[in-house]
Write a protein that binds this ligand. Structure first.
Ligand code: NAP
Length: 297
């Protein structure tokens, strides 16, 4: 239980509702900032204005998964207000106060550093990345179905990258009956591909593989789908680029060649906000339970 802990949830999207639900179920006292248009209510949660929060009593602040806007504003889909988190506000919190975010843009990293507060980047954690790879893979399937006129089953699919997302995506498409080739640079990743029943290839050989492919799913956050590779692709190829901005595709060249390529970001929050919220809620509450134990010592 989180009895006695005080947590402020600052803005965000539908994923935050699962976090609020879990926090209140575990008996934390929850303050909601930027939720004035939310009709749903949670026992144990009160709506509050940012400047009226009891900062000196807070054990944790939970920010949107994107952290803060470059201006320091907190983005929220449940309000038209644009609350602004400042260093003065953060400095009022107790030293042990934890700051949760998905990713940390420079403005947030700087703010946390200046206030001397611990910033927990949830998307950097292996457990969160692996859990999130499940809705990401399902989102990739959704995109493949929406944007092609052929079945995944029997098609020739290249998955680029054998990290947390690449592995889940490759397995999902192989389970749907695609002939999956896995492009990576490390020999252990190529070995893993063989163990999974996939066809491995060295990523620098993509131009040689390109002609045989129907669908390409990239998870490598570096330019790997180059103009040389795109020039060899068949016109019906569809590229789903999952890697963080700016992706790993030469989008300009793809457009020039008439190859459909989409940078598909934030799929967990789009295809499964409830699950994506539950993933974050589980990790946040586990970390708060540990923090509560430490606080009680
Ligand atoms: P990860 O576990 O770090 O995997 C990244 C993979 O890329 C690793 O296998 C890495 O291999 C490879 N790689 C990196 N640079 C490379 C290069 N220059 N050449 C060849 N391979 C390279 O990351 P992840 O969790 O799978 O996430 C992958 C990307 O997807 C990230 O950008 C993440 O932000 C994004 N993502 C997107 C969504 C979405 O909805 N679109 C959801 C979740 C994550 P090495 O070990 O050889 O470096």
């Amino acid at each position: 239980m989180l009895t006695g802990l005080q947590v402020a949830v600052l803005g965000g999207d539908a994923r935050q509702l699962e976090i609020i639900r879990k926090l209140t179920e575990l008996d934390a006292k929850v303050y909601l900032v930027g939720f004035d248009q939310l009709e749903q209510s949670f026992a144990g949660a009160v709506k509050e204005k940012l400047e009226e929060l009891p900062f000196h009593e807070l054990d944790a602040l939970i920010l949107p998964v994107a952290g803060l806007q470059p201006t320091g504003e907190i983005e929220t889909v449940f309000s038209s207000a644009h609350p602004q988190l400042t260093k003065t506000m953060l400095s009022k919190t107790p030293d042990h106060c934890l700051l949760f975010t998905g990713i940390s843009p420079p403005v947030l990293t700087k703010l946390a550093e200046q206030a001397g507060r611990t910033l927990i980047r949830l998307f950097d954690r292996d457990d969160v990345a692996i859990y999130n790879s499940i809705p990401t893979a399902e989102g990739a399937v959704m995109m493949a179905i929406q944007h092609t006129d052929f079945t995944i089953h029997g098609s020739s699919v290249a998955v680029l990258g054998m990290g947390r997302v690449g592995m889940s995506v490759a397995r999902t498409f192989a389970n749907l009956g695609a002939n999956v080739k896995l492009g990576a640079r490390k020999s252990e990743h190529l070995a893993r591909a063989i163990e999974m029943g996939l066809t491995p290839f060295s990523i620098d050989q993509l131009p040689q593989q390109a002609e045989s492919l129907d669908l390409i799913i990239n998870t490598i956050p570096s330019l790997v789908i180059t103009s040389q590779a795109i020039a060899k692709m068949k016109p019906h190829v569809f590229i789903i680029d999952l890697a963080s901005k700016p992706g790993g595709t030469d989008f300009q060249f793809a457009k020039k060649r008439g190859i459909k390529a989409i940078l598909a970001l934030g799929l967990p929050g789009i295809v499964a906000p409830k699950t994506a919220g539950q993933i974050l809620a589980g990790v946040i509450t586990d970390l708060l339970k540990d923090a509560a134990i430490t606080k009680g010592e």
